[in-house]
Design a protein around this ligand. Structure first.
Ligand code: ZN
Length: 138
């Protein structure tokens, strides 16, 4: 069995953003030389997510509105976590959108459904953060 590990870095200039990281994961898969196996992609921070969905800007806008309704950033003082920080909402948004995804690798490709793409969800940006890509297989 082969094994591959790489950390991807993101420094989002805004507090929140969704980034299609499918091309970077595909590049990792090419580098790994693995053609049959599994890819794990996870955020290495508790205020960011990795998830799979449609690459459609309207949907991403809808996610942002929905997440703000569930866990509004303001008022910052409404959260107990926000003693000396202001990112309680980001922890909650991350919880809902998920930590990681696993994708099958078949014949050297990510074995997606038709519209599936991998996204990095940032909820407390403006600093450098990491995503782990781990690939195992043959
Ligand atoms: Zn925090």
């Amino acid at each position: 069995m082969k094994s591959y590990r790489k950390e991807l870095y993101f420094e989002v200039p805004t507090r929140r953003a969704f980034i299609n990281i499918t091309p970077q994961v595909e590049e990792c898969l090419r580098e790994s030389g693995i053609t049959e196996g599994l890819v794990l992609v996870n955020a290495m921070h508790i205020t960011a997510s990795v998830f799979i969905n449609d690459d459609e800007s309207g949907l991403h806008h809808d996610y942002d509105i929905w997440l703000e309704k569930l866990a509004p950033h303001e008022p910052v003082s409404s959260y107990r976590h926000n003693v000396g920080e202001d990112n309680a909402d980001a922890h909650m948004k991350r919880q809902i959108m998920g930590r990681e995804v696993v994708v099958a690798v078949t014949a050297g490709k990510l074995d997606f459904g038709t519209w599936e793409r991998i996204f990095y969800g940032e909820f407390d940006g403006r600093r450098r953060k990491r995503v782990l890509v781990k690939i195992i297989g043959e």
